[in-house]
Design a protein around this ligand. Structure first.
Ligand code: UGA
Length: 441
């Protein structure tokens, strides 16, 4: 099947490469000529494990190509996926800027010749599919088309695996014809078990928002349990793990840390909160999670300060990890963006290192007095009073801690991701003063 994907960002590129691997003929279209030129020369604009190889393999097999021309690309296509950004709008928190999605709808409308399925993959407010349909109808009343909602559930850092082994594929469609085309699109995933859950478009749009919001609430619950456990002298990590063994609860997304970040949870929780408020049906748990998560960074600063004896002023702090999670170069809504400048403002000298996020971090936190960058964990640790683990990169788990100890001036480790939770006894034997999350021993 010939499939066009509009928007070659994170979602568009991963979906395009994976759909091409299924055997479809996929054209990824983007207005940004620079980006398309780079993709055509084999350069991948984002860091996502496995993506570069997957793109190369499918380009070589002539199943995947990149173009700026929507009109030519749509010739003979059965489905077009909208995978453009929906950033926060200038109207404020909770409002998505829909100009890119609606802009694509307006561009597609006059180009529809034969029946076309327009699939919305971007994360959008509930009701967007109906609006896209109206826009297209207004411009081209004769066009034969259906608008379908097909939200994505890809995690950065493991997006290809999530695409290839989904827990479910959510499709919001009214017409049987559209459903049939979506079945064909996802056919390779549907062979052993029917993975597609069909519903109406509005419900599919809601599934996306509530899925992210529920996970954000789950993480926030874990964060608050961890804080409580620290205060009362219990092991919060063990408690959460044991709770998660109950199949009704589930152990995933119960890892406490510096707060959830990224381009999805913060935005989608606020979007759902707004939807609830507008409908007069408030989601109080989601509202509480948003509030708790935003206060979490200040709490982490206090934790670091406490580990350093009550003040950070004049201290050298090495910060390992900057991205909002590991295996990505994405800095959007990363806790580091608040925690590091706050430490620097309070008079600490912060030296930061991240395996993949340095470029993005420097762009986002340029020219902050007291904040500088190092080329490796060891270089960051030199002369430090305290080592803060901010992101759970695997390479930090393998650090030579004796070497780190020799390089540091002080002996404090604050592990905001609990990567050394199991080894904390050994770490203390090496002479470190170790503080994790959710444990007081
Ligand atoms: C999230 C969802 O997990 C995907 O299903 C969804 O498709 C995606 O948003 C999206 O809407 O596009 P992502 O933001 O890439 O994916 O990352 P997650 O792995 O979900 O992590 C989000 C944040 O929660 C990170 O800051 C992470 O460190 C934090 N987190 C996650 C915790 O603090 N504890 C946990 O136990 C899990």
């Amino acid at each position: 099947m010939r499939i066009v994907i509009v928007g070659s960002g994170y979602v568009g590129l991963v979906s395009g490469a994976c759909l091409a691997k299924f055997g479809h003929e996929v054209i990824c279209v983007d207005k940004d000529k620079g980006k398309i030129d780079k993709l055509n020369s084999g350069e991948i604009p984002i860091y996502e494990p496995g993506l570069e190889a997957l793109v190369k393999e499918n380009v070589a097999a002539k199943r995947l190509s990149f173009a700026t021309d929507l009109k030519g690309s749509l010739e003979g296509a059965k489905a077009v996926f909208i995978a453009v950004g929906t950033p926060e709008s200038r109207r404020g928190e909770g409002y998505a800027d829909m100009k890119y999605v609606f802009g694509v709808a307006k561009e597609i409308a006059p180009l529809i010749k034969d029946y076309l399925v327009i699939v919305d993959k971007s994360t959008v407010p509930v009701g967007t599919a109906d609006r896209v349909e109206e826009i297209i109808r207004e411009i081209n009343p004769e066009a034969a088309f259906d608008v379908v909602s097909n939200p994505e559930f890809l995690r950065e850092g493991s997006a290809i695996g999530d695409f290839e082994r989904p827990d479910r594929i959510v499709v919001g469609a009214h017409s049987e014809k559209a459903k049939e085309i979506l079945r064909e699109v996802y056919n390779p995933l549907n062979i052993s078990k029917d993975q597609i859950v069909f519903m109406d478009p509005k419900t599919a749009e809601l599934v996306k928002l509530i899925s992210n919001a529920f996970l954000a609430v789950k993480i926030t619950f874990a964060n608050e349990v961890a804080d409580l456990a620290e205060r009362i002298g219990a092991d919060g990590i063990k408690a959460l793990m044991a709770m998660g063994l109950d199949g009704r609860v589930g152990g995933k997304f119960l890892h406490p840390g510096p707060g959830y970040g990224g381009s999805c949870f913060p935005k989608d929780t606020k979007s759902l909160e707004k939807t609830g408020q507008q409908a007069g049906s408030n989601l109080t748990l989601v509202e509480a999670a948003i509030k708790a998560n935003s206060g979490r960074k200040a709490r982490m600063v206090s934790k670091i300060s406490k580990a350093l004896g009550g003040k950070v002023s004049g201290k050298n702090i090495a910060c390992l990890g900057l991205t909002f999670k590991s295996n990505t170069d994405d800095m959007r809504e990363s806790p580091a963006l608040v925690i590091l400048p706050t430490l620097a403002e309070k008079g600490a000298r912060v030296v930061a290192y991240d395996p993949k996020g340095m470029e993005e971090a420097k762009r986002a936190m340029d020219e902050i007095d007291g904040l500088s960058y190092a080329d490796s964990s060891y270089a960051a640790a030199e002369g430090a009073d305290c080592l803060v683990i901010m992101t759970e990169w695997d390479e930090f788990r393998g650090l030579d801690l004796e070497k780190i100890k020799g390089l540091m001036k002080g002996n404090v480790i604050v592990d905001l991701r609990n990567i050394f939770y199991k080894e904390r006894g050994k770490i203390r034997e090496l002479g470190f003063q170790y503080t994790g999350i959710g444990v007081s021993d």
